[in-house]
Ligand binder design. Structure first.
Ligand code: G
Ligand code: G
Ligand code: MN
Ligand code: NA
Length: 250
């Protein structure tokens, strides 16, 4: 039952876990970061965030769940430093309501201090649509996060309706091309080209998400997309498997 009470119990009983999907530098093929993606381990089954994040958002329990995701990610960054003397940034998805919550910025800063991690190693992914809910608020919060050193990526870029004039004023570091536009490649490349051009103009790092085949990858490389993520490289993996494949070998 995906109710607020069951999500509350899930938090209390430690039933959430994070999977990690690597992001690759498309020039060097090196792993340059990863995205943390929540799962719910319930009665031996893994439940997708698609079936509980919407309920969590409607009921407000997304706030403690989202905070758990950020804290867990900070712990993992610290553990990689301790165990492997190695660091790559982790990106966390921040829901609209979580972004609007007044405790988000102080919470993130406090967690980074508690776990002694450099803010550059934590990246916040916020969908274009959440940012456009309240542009003035968004600018204020993003500026606080960015000046503290955290990375800020606009997720699912191209699916919202952000006006270019607003986008120019958003203190962000990265744009993630929504996978719908990557899946159109290489035949239908108008939107991906436009986003890449825009990203270059605004001096942002561009990440292509949802890369599933070599044709899409080749097009993105030919068009100077810097970073890529998708099933072509790797599915999201459980922590131990991600560590073994991408962290421990360094
Ligand atoms: O990993 P997967 O493809 O199952 O994720 C499905 C959706 O759930 C994606 O839109 C993803 O952004 C979202 N999602 C995954 N993890 C989190 C999380 O920790 N917080 C929020 N708010 N959304 C998440
Ligand atoms: O909304 P967001 O971009 O955060 O969504 C991340 C989700 O995208 C994750 O749940 C992940 O499982 C999924 N994903 C990652 N790579 C691919 C891919 O190559 N193809 C598809 N269809 N989904 C992907
Ligand atoms: Mn994301
Ligand atoms: Na996305």
């Amino acid at each position: 039952l995906r109710t607020e009470a069951s999500l509350h119990d899930a938090l209390k009983n430690n039933e959430f876990l994070l999977y990690f999907q690597p992001k690759f530098d498309l020039k060097t093929n090196k792993v340059v970061g990863c995205e943390a993606l929540i799962r719910w381990q319930k009665d031996g089954r893994l439940i997708s965030p698609m079936s509980f994040i919407p309920v969590a958002e409607e009921t407000g329990i997304i706030i403690p769940i989202g905070r758990w995701v950020i804290e867990q990610s900070c712990k993992v960054i610290r553990d990689w430093q301790r165990k492997f003397n190695y660091e790559i940034p982790i990106a966390v998805n921040v829901a609209s309501q979580q972004f609007a919550d007044a405790s988000l910025v102080p919470d993130i800063k406090q967690l980074a201090i508690r776990y002694q991690i450099r803010p550059e190693l934590l990246e916040i992914e916020i969908t274009e649509t959440s940012l456009m809910n309240d542009v003035e608020q968004a600018i204020t919060k993003l500026a606080q996060l960015k000046s503290a050193g955290f990375g800020i990526a606009v997720d699912d870029f191209g699916t919202g309706y952000s006006s270019l004039s607003y986008l120019r004023h958003l203190p962000i570091t990265t744009m993630k091309i929504d996978r719908a536009f990557v899946s159109d490649l290489p035949q239908d490349s108008a939107i991906a080209s436009t986003i890449l051009m825009l990203g270059r103009q605004l001096d942002l790092t561009i990440v292509a998400e949802g890369i599933e085949n070599i044709q899409q990858l080749e097009w993105l490389k030919d068009n100077q997309c810097e970073i890529g993520q998708g099933f072509y490289f790797s599915q999201p993996l459980p922590l131990a498997e991600f560590e073994e494949k991408y962290i421990a070998c360094n």
